[in-house]
Design a protein around this ligand. Structure first.
Ligand SMILES: [Mg+2]
Ligand SMILES: [Zn+2]
Length: 173
């Protein structure tokens, strides 16, 4: 199978300064997220791979993460978008947990559970950690939105819509 992994915050939904997350009761889905995810070719399963160190650092509770994320997944589901799996790292940044992106733990877990064609898979994100992780794993990387790092992705697309258009033309069917 093929994997189209997505960062969540700043890529699929609005991101905030860390302290502001404590007040977030509903994730704000970015305007092009639903239309873009709908266009991902059928051969690709969609995974969400997200650092949630705010849980470990006490800024949001695990329940808050679970409630808001579950609502988000269900809103996507109402639009016919199926998220195969969410992998999240809840650990504080002060811990060497092995799963905080760009460390590979979350993707390793995915590779244990799914038979993924890595070179033909994609990781989409808005941070250097997303792109570095993709490089380490050996899949293609697409940087989106306000990506500003000097680490070169395989592709830069300003919008998620453009990123998926790239996948549609780039992927080997
Ligand atoms: Mg992000
Ligand atoms: Zn972790």
């Amino acid at each position: 199978m093929y994997d189209a992994s997505q960062d969540r915050d700043g890529t699929l939904v609005k991101d905030y300064p860390d302290a502001d997350w404590s007040n977030v009761l509903h994730l704000e889905i970015s305007p092009d997220t639903i239309s873009a995810l709908k266009k991902i070719p059928d051969q690709y399963k969609i995974f969400i791979v997200t650092n949630q160190y705010l849980i470990g650092e006490g800024i949001i509770s695990f329940e808050q993460f679970l409630t808001t994320h579950t609502e988000f997944i269900s809103v996507l589901g109402q639009s016919g978008i199926y998220i195969e799996q969410t992998y999240f790292c809840p650990h504080s940044r002060s811990i060497s947990c092995g799963c905080h992106k760009p460390e590979t733990g979350m993707i390793q877990q995915c590779l244990t559970n799914y038979d993924v064609n890595i070179p033909q898979s994609y990781f989409i994100g808005d941070s250097a950690g997303d792109i570095l992780l993709a490089h380490t794993i050996g899949c293609k990387s697409i940087a989106v939105r306000d990506y500003a790092s000097t680490i070169q992705p395989s592709q830069y697309s300003h919008t998620l819509e453009d990123a998926v258009t790239f996948i549609q033309t780039d992927h080997v069917s």
